[in-house]
Design a protein around this ligand. Sequence first.
Ligand SMILES: [Zn+2]
Length: 78
Amino acid sequence: MSDTPERDASIRRVLGPDEPELGCEECFDELDRYVELELAGARADEEVPGMRAHFEGCPACREDYLSLRALVESDASG
Ligand SMILES: [Zn+2]
């Protein structure tokens, strides 16, 4: 039954407790919407579950996110 408890535990650690995590492609698809929601003061993390978890594990997408957000912010104020 539980002959590999350690492996189960490590899988669970990778996937997180119950938080879904997006892949890079889904992340890219939702990035615009996520940034718009966030800048609009909406609950972006609830609208796009797994996004923040993905940024934590994926520096490349976090970079994309940060630069897109900076771009949209400067657009909005200009
Ligand atoms: Zn990614």
